[in-house]
Design a binder for this molecule. Structure first.
Ligand code: PEP
Ligand code: MG
Length: 903
């Protein structure tokens, strides 16, 4: 019999410490972000307290086995723990020299504060004495009570309030206000109370065996993957349920062991502006949670980069210069190694610096752009990497309005500018009320003393977030920055009363429902609603756009219907108009009557005067647009929507039209009734209007051609393109092309200017894609109308989908709203067919997209892959599309390289 080779059992516990680590930063799927980076920092020689990581696969095992993993994992954990003990020169459970550990979660991507943590684990009635002998009794008993409290809450389910209640009553009995006024004996007495409380609540004594404590904590952290708040967070951030969390067990180091101890968090560059300053906060004699919880106001790391509010606080640079220098060195090492801005956590114990975490730092869009461009200039990354690194979708944040500097404003308080941009809305004091009001369509600003992970849904719903407590790295600040929401934190002047539903600043009272404005760039809190203006974009933004333009293949146009929008879009870099919807021009006050006359006329003779009135107005619109675009292509779509959209419904409107037409009110009403359709989106619209009312299209074509000639004659170049909507049969386009050519010919023949007008069609009906080879015989260009294409292919009403589509996303049937991000499998397939068949007939066919997808990065990538020539999107999305197009081009080069290498 041949010996069968057994596969080596997969490693599930990954050690790190003293310069060696089983893992590395690329293993975040297995080790979670925190574990992977602890391993990496250890490898590159940074001071990391030793420990080990239980992999994310164990999380799945934990779930599958109903939590029974201890037996299987015990040998591996024991080996790793023994290595930690050797390095630390302490033993787990040793009464003389106890090793204490922290047990923390760590998923692949950061889920700030969503899962559980236990600190100081390993303390019991005996080891506390050992710790007291090493440090001091007060510290030891305080640590023990913190442990019992945390373990009791997280692992044993005794609510935090019960513990806090005991602490408060102890302070009352001792007549002190602050924890720091309590002495060792007080803490010892409190520990006794806590232990009794746990026993009373659980029916069992508090576990004294450190191993039992450890396995209890590991189980609790794995379980916390499934808590409702973590599930909500994952749903909002589209984090897959099956990723699971890793668990990190790491030896404790203490920032709260005296005045030569501290704990802090820092960003290697400013996460708000991207400036290259070391940006962080610390607290002396404190544990890490004290900084993040925002209970004490943290001090700045350095003089450079501190805010005016922090100007009087001593810095780490001044208080602990040695540790600060070491931190500066590590900052450099980390940026050189990771080649990205890092968000770090550190602890200083007895003057010695320890690194507890590093990860790529969350940043505002503005900071993302500046950091990427600066790092490319510094040679840390390439230009291509800089392009790939900025989230194209987030760019839009940069383009959003800030407070109008001219507007008067009544600033009532000032806090820390935690996340830029201005927001206004009515005040709400709870996350639930923020969510409810936002659902009802109200803009709200969420005002809290501080926020916690429980508030996530409310923060998501609010326009902006304002807190009375906390620093720049508090929960509110970090989460809001990630969401791209305006946020002001640590506004100490606010006296908030949830009970009364109000906050006060001196004599000023602001109640729930009152309007306020906050400015996340300055920290100002302002009474009432303040006007806003479009911001100026920084030099780095322009640079990134230039680099993107040099890389991308796709042209970026805009959807604009007015000269103003056209100008805005050009400033954002639009290379033309991909869609000018002429119907929007029809709704203006002085025009709508003529439009109604045109629609409700009984015959051509009655329609003619209305068209005569509209012609000069339309011509004026196009002159303005051609001038604004100065020779860039302008695609104008002929009338598209169902006519009934323009009809009057109120008595007065009907009477007005009757008067203008010289008809009876009853007759007009009857005609309105005739125009009513059961299914207007599939009804009398698009090119069907051109077939049945050719004089409407003729008037529009004439207006376009006359405007083009007029502008060209004045010496400005024009490139008009006329686009026929909703074509489904080649016959429609054949006929309408002839109409357009005739009309254009007539106008151009009378002009000095030699204007050329391209004629193309929208491809938005699925059938049009399938017969694109025939349609291309009469089209100079195609523009995919993926809004209608999605509606028709999915049989999903654009106007009603909001009622049920969210349920599809929630249930996971769809990952994206198909009206936002193109459905590659269905609509995408039709687009590919349309492109391929169209170009078979006409290899030089120009192809673009003008549905909303044109400004969505994922869809832009699809368009690049499908070989389109351009995307067209709303003006504010133009920079997004430029960057997304560059990212798509880089990704496609990458794919080609991989294919070549694979050959
Ligand atoms: C489309 O259908 O994608 C399109 C651009 O046209 P509209 O949104 O005006 O129907
Ligand atoms: Mg359409």
């Amino acid at each position: 019999m041949t010996a069968r080779k057994r596969a080596a059992p997969r490693r599930r516990v990954y050690f790190f410490g003293a310069g060696r680590a089983d893992g590395r930063s690329s293993m975040r799927e297995t080790l979670g972000g925190k574990g992977a980076n602890l391993a990496e920092m250890t490898r590159i020689g940074l001071p990391v307290p030793p420990g080990f990581t239980l992999s994310t696969e164990v999380c799945a095992e934990f779930e599958a086995s109903g939590g029974r993993i201890r037996k299987r994992l015990e040998p591996e954990v024991a080996r790793a723990l023994a290595r930690v003990e050797r390095i630390m020169g302490a033993r787990f459970g040793d009464p003389a020299c106890p090793l204490l550990v922290s047990v923390r979660s760590g998923a692949r991507v950061s889920m700030p504060g969503m899962m559980d943590t236990v600190l100081n684990l390993g303390l019991n009635d005996r080891t506390v004495e050992g710790l007291a002998a090493q440090a001091d009794a007060r510290f030891a008993w305080d640590s023990y009570r913190r442990f019992v409290q945390m373990y009791g809450d997280v692992v044993l389910g005794v609510s935090m309030e019960r513990f806090e209640h005991r602490l408060d009553s102890l302070k009352e009995r001792r007549r002190v206000h602050l924890d720091t006024d309590l002495r060792a004996d007080d803490w010892r007495a409190l520990v006794r109370e806590y232990l009794a409380l746990v026993e009373e609540h659980t029916g069992e004594p508090f576990p004294q065996d450190p191993s039992a404590q450890l396995w209890g904590a590991i189980a609790a952290v794995f379980r916390s993957w499934k808590t409702p708040r973590a599930v909500t967070y994952r749903r909002l951030n589209r984090i897959p349920e099956d990723w699971g969390t890793a668990v990190n067990v790491q030896s404790m180091v203490f920032g709260n062991r005296g005045d030569d101890c501290a704990t802090g968090v820092a960003f290697t560059r400013d996460p708000s502006t991207g400036a290259k300053v070391f940006y962080g906060e610390y607290l002396k004699n404190a544990q890490g949670e004290d900084v993040v919880a925002g209970i004490r106001t943290p001090q700045p790391l350095a003089r450079e980069g501190r805010s005016p509010e922090q100007a009087n606080l001593p810095t780490l640079e001044e208080e602990m210069p040695g540790a600060y220098r070491e931190l500066l060195r590590i900052r450099r090492v980390l940026e050189q190694h990771y080649r990205d801005m890092q968000d770090i956590e550190f602890t200083i114990q007895a003057g010695h610096l320890w690194m507890l975490q590093t990860r790529s730092g969350k940043r505002t869009a503005r900071a993302a752009v500046k950091i990427a461009v600066d790092m490319a200039r510094e040679g840390l990354i390439t230009r291509e990497q800089a392009i790939a690194r900025v989230d194209a979708d987030a760019l839009e944040q940069l383009l959003h309005p800030t407070l109008d500097p001219e507007a008067s404003k009544q600033v009532i308080a000032k806090g820390l500018p935690a996340s830029p941009g201005a927001a206004n809305g009515t005040v709400v004091f709870s996350a639930d009320s923020a969510e409810a009001k936002a659902k009802a369509g109200e803009k709200v600003v969420l005002v809290r003393v501080e926020t916690s992970p429980e508030d996530i849904h409310g923060m998501h719903a609010a326009e902006g977030i304002l807190t009375a407590r906390g620093g720049m790295t508090s929960h509110a600040a970090v989460v809001a920055r990630g969401m791209g929401k305006s946020c002001v934190v640590g506004c100490g002047a606010l006296q908030i009363s949830y009970e009364r539903g109000e906050f006060r600043v001196d004599d000023q009272i602001v109640r729930a429902g009152d309007e306020i404005t906050i400015d996340g760039s300055t920290g100002e809190v302002i009474l009432g609603r303040v006007a806003t203006v479009t911001p100026e974009l920084g030099r780095e933004f322009a640079e990134l756009m230039r680099w993107s333009d040099a890389v991308r293949r796709l042209e970026v146009r805009t959807n604009a219907d007015t000269p103003h929008d056209a100008k805005v879009a050009r400033e954002f870099g639009a290379q033309g108009i991909g869609l000018c919807r002429t119907e929007h021009m029809f709704f203006e006050e002085e025009r709508i009557l003529a439009v109604r006359e045109m629609i409700l006329a009984t015959d051509e003779a009655q329609r003619a005067p209305a068209l005569e009135k509209l012609l000069p107005m339309q011509r004026g619109d196009f002159v303005g647009i051609f001038r604004a675009m100065e020779g860039l292509p302008v695609t104008i779509r002929l009338l598209d929507p169902p006519l009934h959209e323009f009809l009057p419904h109120e008595e007065e409107g009907i009477r007005e039209v009757a008067e203008a037409l010289g008809a009876e009110v009853a007759a007009v009403r009857a005609r309105i009734e005739e125009r009513r359709e059961f299914n207007p989106m599939l009804g009398h619209r698009g090119c069907r209007l051109g077939i049945t009312f050719p004089e409407i299209y003729r008037m529009q074509v004439r207006a376009i051609a006359e405007a083009a000639c007029q502008v060209a004659e004045s010496g400005v170049k024009v490139r008009p393109e006329i686009m026929i909507p909703l074509v489904s049969h080649v016959g429609e386009l054949e006929r309408l092309r002839k109409l357009v050519e005739q009309e254009v010919g007539r106008v151009v023949a009378q002009s000095r200017a030699r204007v050329k007008i391209a004629i193309g069609t929208m491809i938005e009906v699925p059938r049009a894609s399938l017969v694109a080879d025939e349609i291309a015989r009469y089209a100079d260009f195609f523009s995919f109308g993926t809004n209608d294409m999605t509606q028709m292919t999915y049989a999903l009403s654009r106007d009603d989908a909001g009622k049920f589509l969210p349920a599809y996303i929630e249930a996971g049937i769809l990952t994206d709203d198909p009206f936002v991000s193109i459905d590659r499998d269905g609509i995408g397939a039709l687009v590919r067919i349309g492109v391929e068949r169209g170009r078979k007939t006409r290899p030089d066919l120009k192809v673009g997209i003008c549905g909303e997808h044109g400004g969505d990065p994922k869809s832009v990538r699809f368009c690049d892959e499908a070989g389109l020539d351009y995307v067209s999107c709303s003006p504010f999305r133009v920079p997004v599309a430029r960057l997304a197009a560059a990212q798509a081009a880089l990704a496609s080069r990458g794919r080609k390289r991989t294919r070549r290498a694979g050959r």
